[in-house]
Design a protein around this ligand. Structure first.
Ligand code: PDD
Length: 287
């Protein structure tokens, strides 16, 4: 079965899907995106993703191309045409096509592209063994809360991590505090068993998985603090982990070569991972 993409009102074969060379997303990275997980045919935390999308669009003064209801129906059609029950949907909106000029065009039509793909199953040993993280200076702009398609520092950081045999790079701000990963949010567990993750601000993307994990942790009585933490604190932590739509809750067992805890996924990360997977696969994910 061939994959189908949605491109500006049309469903087209994925291999033929294309946008105009003067799309401002292509020329200026002038756009926003979302990645939403699909579990058992349902979009996990759909409302929260759509709220963040609206917010990103608003911050960049890009007009929404359709109502949330219409967007939801296109997403379902993309999933249906691609027969995706477990996987993810990618949607991208840009300021549209206009002759190249840095300033906004007087009139533009927001461009919308959507693709869906089936789940790449995470090896069970990855969850058990956890992953390695490399720390790097945070060289991004001051509005990391906007889910912009402008991801050059993020892709360079991820590549540096991968080249060093690590799964993720954690960005570190000038004060020495971890902001977040290149495509994930960063967490630690203190020696006395408190979950710690940086509070939402312009310095990080407020991950939808992060928000759900916070809710689930609180509901199950886990102690939680939203505050910055330093690299030495992370290296000395009882556990560390990351959250994102595609990584869910994933243990970090090495930071810059320092083994965290006993080098295996810890009990807190394991518990939160289970809570999250149950939630994402269950009816709660509709909220
Ligand atoms: N990445 N921080 C950054 C910089 C991200 O790009 C992401 C998501 C997250 C986690 O957000 P969420 O829990 O809403 O997925 C944090 C997506 C998955 C991506 O770029 O593919």
């Amino acid at each position: 079965m061939s994959r189908i993409a949605y491109v500006n009102g049309r469903y087209v074969p994925h291999r033929e899907a294309a946008v105009h060379i003067e799309d401002r997303g292509y020329q200026f990275a002038d756009g926003v995106y979302e990645v939403i997980a699909v579990q058992g045919g349902r979009l996990v935390d759909e409302e929260a993703h759509l709220r963040r999308l609206e917010r990103s669009l608003g911050e960049l003064e890009i007009a929404s191309p359709m109502t949330p209801a219409a967007l939801k129906s296109v997403m379902r059609e993309v999933l249906r045409r691609n027969r995706v029950h477990h996987g993810s949907i990618y949607l991208q909106m840009t300021r549209g096509v206009a002759p190249r000029d840095h300033a906004f065009p007087a009139a533009s039509v927001t461009a919308l592209v959507m693709t869906a793909k089936r789940l790449r199953v995470q090896a069970p040993e990855t969850a058990e063994d956890g992953v390695r993280v490399l720390t790097l200076p945070d060289n991004r702009w001051g509005r990391c809360d906007i889910k912009s398609i402008s991801l050059l520092p993020n892709i360079l950081a991820k590549q540096r991590a991968r080249a060093a045999g690590a799964y993720e790079a954690w960005f570190v701000d000038r004060a020495g505090h971890v902001t977040e990963g290149s495509s994930t949010n960063a967490w630690i567990v203190t020696r006395d068993g408190k979950l710690v993750t940086r509070s939402a601000s312009h310095a990080i993307l407020n991950g939808v998985t992060r928000q759900s994990a916070i809710r689930l942790a609180k509901a199950s009585g886990l102690a939680l603090e939203e505050r910055p933490f330093s690299v030495p604190e992370a290296k000395a932590a009882r556990e560390a982990f990351i959250t994102s739509t595609t990584s869910h809750v994933l243990a970090v067992t090495e930071i810059d070569g320092t083994v965290i805890g006993n080098g295996k996924a810890g009990t807190f990360a394991g518990k939160l991972r289970k809570l999250y997977l149950d939630y994402a696969g269950g009816s709660g994910a509709r909220a």
